[in-house]
Design a protein around this ligand. Structure first.
Ligand SMILES: [Zn+2]
Length: 375
């Protein structure tokens, strides 16, 4: 009875597109399990948002190692939320979008304290209760996964405590914490270095550990985007790296979400129903140019050059040798400094080609791009 009420309270509904016989109906078989999975999914998404907000705060305080820590916590939450959503979908259960709530952000020190307090108070009690509840229904995969989540939560709490106490010994100015963290892509285990043998929590292979950086979410969406070829994925990552190497102000980035409905977003986009970071918004605002550059670069065929292309390539070779040509260094040598326009065009050619020393194809593209955008 208790379990049914729990399921009703959490609004569990069965997806109508999946026909199930009454006997196999997951909702009657695993009502408590489903309720717990949905609750943990929702909490995971909410926590990931909170941690990303904490990461921004740490960044603004120039506590970059703690920023990495919060980014890692957010990445870990997202991995687990996605696995939970996958389990629910496999059972034919709807996974509703998690509404955005205001995130209260304080100083980094207080944010760390908040994690240790919340997670300390009733973490063990909550998880042991949830596990007792779902064990009665015997969904082995869910039982195992929720046990892993518990262990990861304990791991996060202990890490936060460690960082906090080191912060106290450094008068709150800095903290002894790794600059980067590694996350198990199965269970979300978060460590300062890749473990030796297997994941200490899920026992999976250590090859499942990936570095969590502020770019983690972008990379993961691009890598999982089936519409992009490998070359396009690599290009999209370079575009983002280029954006990330610059500093943007929130108030200057006017992102209204209208791009989300465009066919270009289908191809180069970053998934639906998610929160974009400032740099991701910049990427999305540039999506048309990103696509156009890629198309134009793809059109360069060295066997079918225009006279102007051939002349330009010859001019470059006469000046700088048989190639490939390190145009950036050559220009710097000649002019002492690079104009903003030269920087921008060199960045574009480097990003689209993936090379900093240009081959003939890159030179032809450069000529055509400059000709098309200056006329
Ligand atoms: Zn693991």
């Amino acid at each position: 009875m208790k379990k049914t009420i729990l399921a009703v309270l959490l609004g569990v509904s069965v997806c109508s597109s999946v026909p199930v016989s009454a006997l196999d109906d997951p909702l009657s078989k695993y009502p408590g399990t489903i309720a717990v999975l949905r609750l943990l999914h929702e909490k995971g998404i909410q926590s990931s948002r909170t941690y990303l907000a904490f990461a921004r705060q740490a960044h603004s305080e120039k506590k970059f190692n703690i920023e990495s820590f919060f980014v890692a916590l957010a990445a870990s939450e997202i991995i687990r939320a996605e696995t939970l959503a996958g389990m629910l979908k496999e059972m034919g259960i709807d996974v509703p979008e998690v509404k955005e709530e205001d995130v209260r952000v304080s100083t980094t020190k207080s944010n760390l304290k908040l994690i240790t307090n919340i997670e300390s108070a009733d973490l063990d009690k909550r998880f042991s209760w949830m596990l007792d509840e779902i064990k009665k229904e015997g969904h082995a995969v869910a039982i195992a996964y929720i046990s892993h989540i518990w262990k990861v939560k304990v791991q996060h709490r202990d890490l936060a405590k460690e960082i906090l106490s080191s912060m106290e010994s450094f008068f709150g100015i800095g903290a002894k914490a790794p600059d980067e963290f590694f996350i198990c892509q199965r269970c979300g285990s978060t460590l300062g270095e890749i473990p030796d043998l297997t994941c200490p929590i899920c026992q999976g292979p250590t090859s499942d550990y990936e570095k969590a950086s502020a770019k983690w979410q972008f990379y993961s969406y691009v890598d999982n985007n089936g519409l992009l070829t490998d070359a396009e994925k690599a290009y999209a990552r370079r575009v983002f790296d280029q954006i990330y190497s610059q500093v943007y102000e929130e108030q200057n980035v006017r992102f209204d979400g209208s791009i989300l409905n465009s066919p270009l977003y289908q191809k180069w986009g970053l998934g639906y129903g998610r929160d974009f970071s400032l740099e991701e918004k910049v990427y999305l605002l540039q999506i048309e140019q990103t696509d156009r550059i890629w198309q134009e670069y793809g059109k360069v065929d060295l066997n079918r050059l225009e006279q102007a292309d051939t002349d330009f390539v010859k001019e470059m070779h006469d000046k700088y040798g048989a190639g490939p040509v390190d145009l950036r260094s050559q220009k710097l040598k000649e002019e002492g400094t690079l104009s903003e326009d030269s920087q921008a065009i060199l960045d574009i050619v480097e990003t689209v080609s993936g090379r900093s020393v240009f081959e003939d194809k890159d030179l032809v593209f450069l000529r055509r791009w400059v000709a098309a955008t200056t006329n």
